[in-house]
Design a protein around this ligand. Structure first.
Ligand code: ADP
Length: 363
């Protein structure tokens, strides 16, 4: 059977295990020899015990676990050609020419580069005598399928990334818990949520918890935000509400591009309204815990689709990324999505927020 390996790279997210499981089982089902690569690209470069053959039962009882059971790591070695040469040798030795990479845009970019360079790498390995002529011919093409694991939902081309829904669940559980104490003491709570430069988590959490105010990177407020926010908070209290909830995305900024931090928001509330105000930074709680049903199913669907894409690939097939479009699993050209994701980041940096939202599309 064809050699296929799956690995997780970059930041972890809930639902990665479901994806790993689906890749392994679909791979075995389709007659492949399937491997795990532990610790992301580092395991690929280091080889040895980091690359292990998987069987049907080695992915039992992992679907409900958060994070990634096969480990993830950032890897400097893979950014250097020497590292990628080692990685290629380790794959060839095991007959692996199909890779499912589960990670963010960095990890996917690395995988695409690896595929483009594959021929050169093999030529060099042959010259060094590290691989045989037969191996050079037999394993001439590397196929790549990507899955986007990220809690931020910041990748272009897919409506939802694997892990976002679970993170959102974690956030609203925390806010619900805080609402009860805020109610008792008539407090104002400022919640800082993750998302890097993407406001999806902040905005969705605000809608789902009937927050009073939200700061998201894509909708930077003008200089009058303190006045507007205080008016809104006061209005709610006058109407009989005993508490206020404000959500601040970690990447929130004003129109000058200056960060709007939870601390800054607190200062404004305390100074103007003298409300008893507390900050909660959710931090890594958002990445933890068991994946939601949605993320488990998403991981399953995308993992299965990735393996099917690899099995259908021909020598000229470009690297693809599995994406959720409406409720369909579709395959998109990986680099186009990465480029678009980078264009969003650039638009944000250039303060072209409307353009950023437009480029990002539905996610
Ligand atoms: P994410 O995948 O979550 O965006 P990173 O950007 O940190 O996370 O990328 C994860 C790993 O992918 C890096 O540590 C590195 O090993 C590899 N990688 C990222 N970008 C590249 C690149 N341009 N070339 C080669 N490898 C890369």
């Amino acid at each position: 059977g064809k050699g296929l390996a799956v690995f997780t790279s970059g930041g972890d997210s809930q639902g990665m295990n479901a994806a790993v499981r689906a890749c392994v089982r679909m791979g075995i089902y389709l007659g492949c020899k399937v491997f795990f690569i532990k610790e992301g690209y580092q395991g690929m470069v280091d080889g040895g015990d980091n690359i292990v053959e998987a069987n049907w039962s080695s992915v039992s009882s992992i679907i409900h676990k958060g994070g990634t059971v096969i480990g993830s790591a950032r890897c400097m070695d893979f950014k250097e050609k020497v590292g990628r040469l080692k990685a290629a040798k380790n794959l060839i030795e095991r007959g692996i020419t199909n890779l499912v990479v589960i990670g963010g845009d960095g990890s996917l970019t690395g995988a695409n580069l690896f595929r483009q360079e594959w021929s050169d790498l093999l030529d060099q390995l042959l010259k060094e005598g590290s691989i045989t002529k037969e191996q050079r011919e037999k394993y001439a093409h590397l196929h790549i399928a990507g899955l986007v694991g990220s809690i931020d939902n910041d990748f272009c081309g897919t409506d939802m990334t694997i892990g976002t829904d679970s993170a959102l669940h974690r956030i609203i559980e925390a806010i619900d818990a805080i609402v009860s104490t805020a109610y008792s003491h008539q407090r104002t709570f400022i919640m800082e949520v993750m998302g890097r430069h993407c406001g999806y988590l902040a905005l969705s959490a605000a809608l789902a918890t009937e927050a009073d105010f939200v700061f998201a990177p894509e909708w930077p407020p003008d200089v009058n935000w303190p006045t507007r926010m205080c008016k809104k908070l006061e209005q709610e209290r006058t109407a009989g509400q005993r508490l206020n909830i404000i959500i601040v995305a970690e990447g929130a900024i004003d129109r000058d591009g200056k960060p709007i931090t939870a601390e800054k928001v607190k200062e404004v509330v305390v100074e103007n309204l003298k409300q008893d105000t507390r900050i909660t930074v959710l931090g890594h709680v958002q990445r933890g815990g068991s994946p939601s049903a949605f993320d488990r199913v998403l991981g399953c669907r995308m993992g299965a689709e990735a393996v099917m894409a690899l099995m259908e690939a021909t020598p000229g097939t470009e690297a693809c990324v599995m994406s959720l479009d409406g409720n369909q699993a579709v395959r998109l050209p990986l680099m186009e999505c990465v480029e678009k994701t980078k264009a969003v980041a650039k638009a944000m940096a250039d303060k072209q927020w409307d353009l950023a939202v437009q480029l990002r599309g539905r996610s």
